[in-house]
Design a protein around this ligand. Structure first.
Ligand SMILES: Cc1cc2nc3c(=O)[nH]c(=O)nc-3n(C[C@H](O)[C@H](O)[C@H](O)COP(=O)(O)OP(=O)(O)OC[C@H]3O[C@@H](n4cnc5c(N)ncnc54)[C@H](O)[C@@H]3O)c2cc1C
Length: 537
């Protein structure tokens, strides 16, 4: 078996595969190593209830996918990917029988908000216009570029009105902004829901820019036809079509460091694979530095920073369902569109509901009155279940460490907690009853970590989104973006800027940096932040 490549990438999730695609096409002989039998990481679709029902165990909502740079660069449509954006995007039913429905069609959304507050409807309309430019010219390009040093970023943005508005908003927390801009609790609940489901804590100071993204993103959700795992097939096909390789069942145990330089890896079975030019890790920060490189090969301050790397306390408990029929909501008379939603906020009706969750989760208690993100993917893609049947899921924010019994206690309580969540959903959709549910499957935060070992403590964004761990501080201060103190060793996973989720941005940005360091021609057009921001009005 071949044992030498130009580039070795550890981890075959979407970031590892995307980076592999860019490097292969740039001319490097590239190998991606994945420890599981099936690559894709968080792009994982399986028959966990009964055969014929396909469940997206991790990512399902693929935000702005067709607009993301790697989608076009890696020619994913040519490699069989079909993406759909449902017209009825984000929905919140309320206990009083009303509901708030966000459409892709802006006019319909504004009308629906006006049923709760005319002022909020006008504010939403104004903000969409103002924020669209901030999103397109500042936030999105920043996600798809290595972050600039904060002082340089501030100096560039302070020169324009748009930049100054962005900087002012960014200082606040999304929760503060939701309260400042909107008067109705229903609209605030909607915005907080959208922020938190992207794993940004709504009450975290300094993350106000996620409020801007949330407002735009709440109506740009998409998914991959057939199931999220298909997307991993597409990125893998691109890699292999250009001569790259992906080996499954290849757990990397060690990164070989010789004379201060990464020169290859050792697999669990003892095989050594050599890297002529570089090794890249897409896995979590503690594993990369403390286990794969080893503390003895690093300066003490780097070891300490890797040990201090923080994971989120808010992680996901899920339940997957095989259903006989679609769900009908009590709010149907108020707005029948509710039955065709893509992304449902079930039970998070106010800012107080959100703050109650924060308190319980901080104490290690799964919220007693769940407020969940739910979906019925088969409403939009019947191929994910047998004809006429439906696959559905719920995600509830929960702690990994349970106050009573620690993480292991999830195995004992998960079936019971699934019933608590289903009962809450049933209050809004009464036909979620025993005759409708054919089979169910609970998937706890502990199960998340067991399936993907890099999602430490169940953190599916592979590192907390706090101000001290974002932008130039991700993974930790003192590292140049995507580079490490070991020559020839790079990072490309969610522990690097910008963050987790299926954005492909860490892989895309790592490709940018690696091609610069190796003086390879970039065959794509990454944004140039300095140029873009110096021209802002
Ligand atoms: C319940 C749940 C719901 C989610 N929903 C969404 C959603 O709707 N939308 C969204 O955008 N995101 C969602 N996410 C988050 C998303 O799945 C992750 O943020 C994303 O998968 C991270 O991508 P990655 O490529 O950085 O890492 P991963 O996808 O985790 O890939 C890393 C890969 O590395 C492999 N690996 C680890 N260690 C080694 C080793 N030593 N050797 C070899 N291979 C190794 C792992 O097996 C894995 O395949 C969800 C996650 C969960 C758990």
């Amino acid at each position: 078996m071949k044992d030498t490549f130009d580039a070795i990438i550890i981890g075959g999730g979407h970031n590892g595969q995307i980076l592999g695609g860019y490097l292969t096409k740039a001319g490097l002989e590239t190998l991606v190593l994945e420890r599981r039998m099936e690559p894709g990481g968080g792009l994982c679709t399986e028959e966990v209830t009964i055969p014929g029902f396909w469940h997206n165990l991790h990512a399902y909502f693929l935000r702005w996918l067709p607009d993301l740079p790697f989608y076009k660069d890696l020619e994913l449509e040519r490699y069989g990917i079909k993406v759909k954006m449902p017209p009825v995007q984000t929905v919140v039913p309320f206990s009083d029988g009303r509901c708030l429905v966000f459409h892709m069609d802006e006019g319909k959304t504004i009308k629906n908000i006006s049923y709760f507050s005319r002022k909020d409807a006008q504010t939403y309309k104004d903000l969409l216009g103002r924020f669209r430019a901030i999103n397109e010219k500042i936030i999105t390009p920043e996600g798809y570029s290595p972050p600039l040093p904060s002082q340089e970023k501030k100096a560039l943005l302070e020169k324009s009105e748009l930049g100054r508005e962005y900087l002012a908003i960014s200082k606040k927390s999304p929760l503060e902004l939701a309260k400042e801009f909107f008067e109705s609790e229903q609209m605030r609940a909607m915005v907080i829901f959208v922020v938190t489901t992207r794993m940004f804590l709504a009450d975290e100071p300094g993350l106000g820019y996620h409020f801007i993204q949330a407002l735009n993103g709440s109506v740009r959700g998409s998914f991959c036809m057939g199931g999220s795992h298909y997307l991993a097939h597409g990125t893998c096909k691109f890699l292999e079509a250009h001569g790259g390789r992906l080996w499954e069942a290849s757990h990397v145990r060690e990164i070989i460091v010789e004379g201060g330089r990464a020169t290859g890896v050792i697999l669990d079975d003892g095989r050594r694979i050599h890297a002529r030019r570089l090794v890249v890790s897409s896995v979590d920060i503690p594993q990369t530095f403390l286990e794969l490189v080893g503390e003895d090969k690093l300066e003490p301050h780097i070891v300490q920073r890797a040990k201090n790397f923080k994971f989120s306390r808010f992680v996901l408990f899920s339940a997957h369902l095989a259903l006989n029929e679609p769900l009908h909501y009590t709010s149907t008379p108020f707005n029948p569109d509710i039955n065709a939603g893509f992304n449902y906020n079930i039970g998070l009706e106010s800012t107080e509901d959100f703050l109650g969750h924060v308190r319980e989760i901080n104490e290690g208690i799964p919220p007693k009155k769940p407020g969940m993100q739910c979906a019925v993917p088969t409403l939009h893609d019947p191929t994910q279940a047998p004809p006429g049947k439906h696959a559905a899921f719920l995600w509830q924010f929960a702690p990994y460490h349970l106050r009573d019994g620690g993480p292991q206690a999830w195995d004992r309580i998960k079936a019971e907690y699934m019933e608590v969540c289903l009962e809450r959903w049933r209050q809004y959709a009464p036909n979620l009853n025993t005759s409708n549910i054919i089979a169910k499957y609970a998937f706890s935060p502990l199960d998340v970590e067991r399936k993907l070992i890099n999602m430490c403590y169940g953190d599916h964004c592979v590192g907390r989104a706090s101000q001290d761990q974002m932008l130039e501080n991700r993974p930790f201060p003192g590292l140049k973006p995507y580079r490490t103190p070991i020559e020839g060793l790079y990072l490309c996973g969610s522990g690097s800027h910008p963050f987790g989720n299926i954005t492909g941005a860490p892989g895309y940005n790592a490709a940018n940096v690696i091609c610069e360091d190796l003086e390879l021609k970039k065959w794509w057009n990454p944004p140039d932040l300095r140029e873009l921001w110096s021209k802002l009005q």
